[in-house]
Design a protein around this ligand. Structure first.
Ligand SMILES: CC(=O)N[C@@H]([C@@H](O)[C@H](O)[C@H](O)CO)[C@@H](O)CC(=O)C(=O)O
Length: 304
């Protein structure tokens, strides 16, 4: 029986860390990973959307994971997103992640070509069967064009490595559907941060999110309130979180570039988001300052 407890909690989607020239910065990767360890989150989701995996080479992705593991391996749960456009590169990344001792692999479906479901199954199966690590399906139809079905989930669950779904689809009911209709117990992660409380109350065991990185304490608190059955307080906190997210996404620059700027203003410089992601503009700076002030105010409020 695999240990699912290590996934139940708050897991920030780790940001891509670059130097001033836009190259992966091992030092900044390690510094950011240690920062989250100190915050007390359950683990890290490395190389996902927020990790800009889609814009990194295979060797850059390996370098990031090596440095996360050097900094915090064995001290928190590490999920490595390893999907690449080709099955070949994905399997290579899976084996590399296994050699570093991560807890789990995760993978989106194949991108660009619209493939039939049996090809998607083969793609995921190649990665899942390449190692004995836990394997998590990453369902994010708004970017990949494929929405996970319960049928394919259950086919994937015939492989003992498959332990769950990171669900970034918008309907909260998808979480409930996967949780209730899987043929065996699985772990389900809420993906959209704007509905963390909704996802958790509809069956998600924890969350993996891109905005956790700029306000981990807020999600830790929301999770705690849910566990204590203080749902009205959890919802109030969710609404405050959402006002911050709505503020951040009102920038012209991409959300990742916005969040990196917020971290930089707080002393955690991790570079810019990689092109073609839109970069923050001069006009974004006051909005970013406002979002940062809202984060500080919220964290001060929940600290008391
Ligand atoms: C498309 C996207 O990045 N979605 C995020 C959300 O956390 C998202 O940033 C948040 O809900 C703000 O809209 C996650 O579901 C994805 C994620 O955690 C990741 O792989 O980085």
């Amino acid at each position: 029986m695999r240990d699912l407890e290590k996934y139940k909690g708050i897991i920030p989607a780790f940001y891509a860390c670059y130097d001033e020239q836009g190259e992966v910065s091992p030092e900044r990767v390690q510094k950011l990973a240690k920062y989250y360890l100190e915050k007390g989150v359950k683990g890290l989701y490395v190389g996902g959307s927020s990790g800009e995996c889609i814009y990194q080479t295979v060797s850059e992705r390996k370098l990031v994971l090596e440095n996360v593991m050097a900094a915090v391996g064995g001290k928190m749960t590490i999920i490595a997103h390893i999907a690449s456009p080709s099955t070949r590169d994905s399997v290579a990344l899976a084996k590399h992640a296994e050699s570093l001792g991560v807890d789990a692999l995760a993978a989106i479906p194949p991108i660009y070509f619209v493939l039939p479901e049996d090809a998607i199954e083969d793609y995921w199966a190649s990665m899942a069967e390449a190692t004995n690590l836990d394997f998590i399906i990453y369902n994010i139809p708004q970017t990949t064009g494929y929405g996970l079905t319960v049928e394919l989930l259950n086919k994937m669950l015939t492989r003992e490595q498959v332990v769950g779904v990171k669900n970034s689809s918008m309907p909260v009911m998808d979480i409930n559907n996967f949780k209730l209709n899987s043929h065996r117990e699985i772990v389900v992660f809420n993906g959209p941060d704007e509905q963390f409380v909704g996802g958790r109350t509809m069956g998600a065991d924890g969350g993996i999110g891109g905005t956790y990185g700029v306000m981990p304490e807020a999600y830790l608190k929301a999770d705690q309130l849910i566990k204590e059955n203080k749902l009205a307080e959890a919802l109030e906190l969710q609404y405050a979180i959402n006002q911050i997210i709505f503020k951040m996404v009102s920038c012209d620059g991409n959300l990742y570039d916005v969040m990196k700027k917020i971290l930089a203003l707080d002393g955690m410089e991790i570079g810019k988001a990689r092109l073609p992601l839109p970069q923050i503009t001069e006009a974004d700076l006051p909005i970013i300052e406002e979002a940062r002030r809202m984060i500080h105010d919220l964290l001060a409020k929940i600290a008391v």
